[in-house]
Design a protein around this ligand. Structure first.
Ligand SMILES: CC(C)(COP(=O)(O)OP(=O)(O)OC[C@H]1O[C@@H](n2cnc3c(N)ncnc32)[C@H](O)[C@@H]1OP(=O)(O)O)[C@@H](O)C(=O)NCCC(=O)NCCS
Length: 178
């Protein structure tokens, strides 16, 4: 297995993140999201969105990449759940198919939680599509399923579950090294 590491994203990572975003969406969401969403994904558009997000930076949010041999193999973005919120949110977390089940997702989640805790967030959650089997990863990571919502996305009502971690400091102490 090739060595990999997780680090803070730089603007030069934007294209690698964009490619990983498009690849993981097209692998994970057929049958869950409309086909036209997968067809319409654009690496160029994603790259400029991610570049802007990384350059904007911020005290309370951030983007991480997992890389192997200078290639982005996973990424995560996080920040306040809403403007001014005291609860943190994992906005995105994706690992390339070939790199799944090797601890990359856990490492990205752990470093995102460390950054959120360091920015003063005591708790955090993530919204996951109910039909996405990857949601069981968050259960494996100790997230507790909480409220649900129906998001109107691409003309369809999509059910989402929130998975929550009520005490990041305790989670980081107890779970990060398991
Ligand atoms: C979900 C995802 C981020 C997990 O990343 P990963 O690198 O494969 O996960 P890890 O290897 O770090 O797994 C850590 C633990 O969770 C478990 N796990 C991983 N995916 C799981 C799943 N879908 N269901 C149940 N458990 C899972 C692993 O078996 C491992 O367990 P262990 O501690 O007993 O060994 C990744 O599979 C992914 O990107 N999936 C597709 C995209 C997606 O839907 N992302 C979520 C959007 S919200």
């Amino acid at each position: 297995m090739n060595p990999w590491r997780v680090r803070k994203a730089q603007p030069a990572d934007a294209r690698g993140i964009a490619q990983a975003y498009v690849d993981t969406w097209r692998a994970a969401y057929p049958g869950i999201l409309p086909d036209r969403v997968m067809i319409g994904l654009s690496v160029d558009r994603q790259a400029s969105d991610w570049r802007r997000q990384i350059e904007r930076g911020g005290q309370r949010d951030g983007v991480l990449v997992a890389e192997a041999e200078r290639t982005v193999i996973g990424f995560s973005s996080f920040g306040p759940a809403a403007a001014g919120a005291h609860v943190g949110e994992i906005h995105t977390l994706y690992v390339l198919t070939d790199w799944q089940e090797q601890g990359v997702g856990r490492a990205l989640l752990t470093q995102a939680f460390e950054a959120l805790a360091g920015a003063g967030f005591g708790s955090a959650h993530i919204w996951v599509l109910a039909d996405n089997p990857s949601r069981f990863f968050y259960e494996a990571m100790g997230g507790k399923r909480g409220v649900e919502r129906d998001e109107q996305l691409w003309g369809a009502a999509l059910r989402e579950y929130a998975y929550g971690w009520s005490d990041l400091a305790v989670w980081l102490t107890e779970r990060a090294r398991t």
